[in-house]
Design a protein around this ligand. Structure first.
Ligand SMILES: [Zn+2]
Ligand SMILES: [Zn+2]
Length: 152
């Protein structure tokens, strides 16, 4: 993402937190900035490494607390299959159903919001008497750039 776009997202997060009376501390904002700057999903461990460049005293709980807060506010998503985090591009719709396309080569994650996948899963669940509490759809494969690279 371009620097200006990142700044724009961060301003939006600040405004939403003000409205919600949520405490977006400078440290939490910094973690959000670090996630926004990544081209691919990033693990908590790698985030800690990056944060330590500006805050050498940062410890794992610092990162986990910041991630919990950002998840709660809907600013980021956890990618379960790779245990990593990405920025959400739909801040203003706090609850949405997303499908994450994950590139196995470069780690890029593309988020698509869709309601239909939820309906399909619920229909299947109803048919078998299952009750869904949480669903994750994370197809793995290759992004367009990586398909082109592999073709050569
Ligand atoms: Zn999202
Ligand atoms: Zn890729």
């Amino acid at each position: 993402m371009k620097e200006a776009m990142i700044e724009n997202q961060l301003r939006q997060a600040e405004e939403l937190c003000k409205k919600r009376n949520a405490r977006l501390t400078p440290q939490r904002l910094e973690v959000l900035r670090l996630i926004a700057q990544q081209k691919s999903a990033i693990s908590a461990y790698n985030l800690l490494d990056l944060l330590r460049q500006t805050e050498p005293q940062a410890k794992p709980p610092t990162i986990y607390r910041a991630l919990d807060f950002l998840l709660e506010q809907g600013f980021i998503h956890r990618i379960e299959s790779t245990n990593s985090f990405v920025l959400c591009h739909h801040f203003s719709t706090p609850s949405h159903n997303s499908v994450f396309f994950i590139c196995n080569r470069c780690g890029r994650v593309q988020e698509y919001t869709t309601e239909s996948i939820k309906h399909i899963l619920h229909r299947m669940a109803i048919a078998s008497g299952f009750s869904i509490t949480h669903n994750i759809v994370e197809p793995h494969g290759l992004c367009l750039t990586c398909i082109k690279v592999q073709a050569y």
